[in-house]
Design a binder for this molecule. Sequence first.
Ligand code: 2BA
Length: 109
Amino acid sequence: MKLVLAVIQGKDVEAALSKLTQQKFSATVITSTGGFLRESNTTMLIGVEEERLPALLELLAQTCRTRSRYINPMPTLMEPSEFFLPQPVEVQVGGANVFVVNIERFERI
Ligand code: 2BA
C-alpha cells in the first residue's frame, strides 16, 4: 500500500475530490499553506493499493492545472529601498505536488 500526499491549489480541489469519490478513492483533506507564497492550498492524504496508484496519479494530472502567479519581490538588505523598483515576478504553481510514501501496515480498527 502507498500513501499519496498531494498538495493542490484551492481552485482544483472540488474537481479532484469529485473524481476521487466517483472512482472510489478515499481521501482526507487538510487545509494547508504554501511556505513560499503563504497562500492557502490543500493537502490530500490518499491511501491506495499499489495497483491503483497509476490511475490515481492520472486522475490528479487530469484535474489539477498549472497556473501563473505574480509576486512582488521585496528589496534585499543590500539594496537601498529608495532605488528598488518592484517588478512582479512570474511563478508557476501546481498542478499537484505529489509525494508517494510506502506504507508498512494499514489497519482499520
Ligand atoms: P508554495 O511554497 O507557496 O510555492 C508556490 C510556488 O512558488 C511553487 O509552486 C514554486 O513555483 C514557487 N516556489 C516555491 N518555493 C520557491 C523558492 N524557494 N524560490 C522560488 N520559487 C519558489 P509549486 O512547486 O507547484 O508548489 C506548490 C505548493 O506545493 C507549494 O506552495 C507548497 O505548499 C507545496 N510544495 C511544493 N514543493 C514542496 C516540497 N518539496 N515539500 C513540501 N511542500 C511542497
